[in-house]
Ligand binder design. Structure first.
Ligand SMILES: [Zn+2]
Length: 170
């Protein structure tokens, strides 16, 4: 009797466990509905067209639909990444960063953050700005540029310099 219950629990667990991560963890979600948009320096991952349009609007100041003008959309992202590299004077070879667009607050209550393990920037499209995006891009560039990344304090000095001076000579 007892062993039957154990067996049922084990069988139930074996059947249910593969589905658990899908139902319990919405973030980060690499589901099949995820779309990608590739630019020269990035691969943008998003689930809804509106997320990408909002992201482009917040980092660029003017609304438009990326699907009607994909080259303009690419340029809007790439010009900021290029600008970050120019300010730092760091040009890592074959640089391409992943950008994951999310809604609402991110897990750790930030508007954006860079994760070196996956070489990815996570941004909340509800709150991101060009300065915030440039700051996280600077972290990505610094990590790729140095064989051994500088201390987090040194990185913050550099990345904050980037977002403060993003368009200072324009
Ligand atoms: Zn930072």
């Amino acid at each position: 009797m007892f062993s039957n219950i154990i067996r049922i629990i084990i069988i139930a667990f074996l059947f249910l466990s593969p589905a658990l991560p899908l139902t319990l963890s919405p973030l980060p979600c690499f589901s099949q509905t995820e779309k990608t948009f590739k630019t020269k320096y990035s691969v943008i991952h998003f689930s809804d067209d509106k997320d990408l349009n909002d992201f482009l609007w917040r980092i660029g100041g003017k609304r438009f639909d990326y699907s009607t003008n994909p080259n303009f959309a690419k340029a809007r992202v790439d010009r900021i990444i290029k600008r970050v590299q120019d300010i730092l004077e760091m040009y890592p070879k074959n640089f391409s960063v992943n950008i994951y667009l999310r809604r609402g607050n991110l897990e750790i209550n930030k508007v954006a953050y860079y994760e070196n393990k996956t070489h990815s920037i996570f941004v909340s499209v509800d709150n991101v700005s060009d300065g915030v995006f440039a700051h996280e891009t600077a972290h990505a560039v610094i990590y790729k540029y140095f064989p051994k990344p500088p201390s987090s304090i040194a990185q913050e000095v550099l990345t904050q310099y980037v977002d403060k001076n993003l368009w200072s000579d324009y």
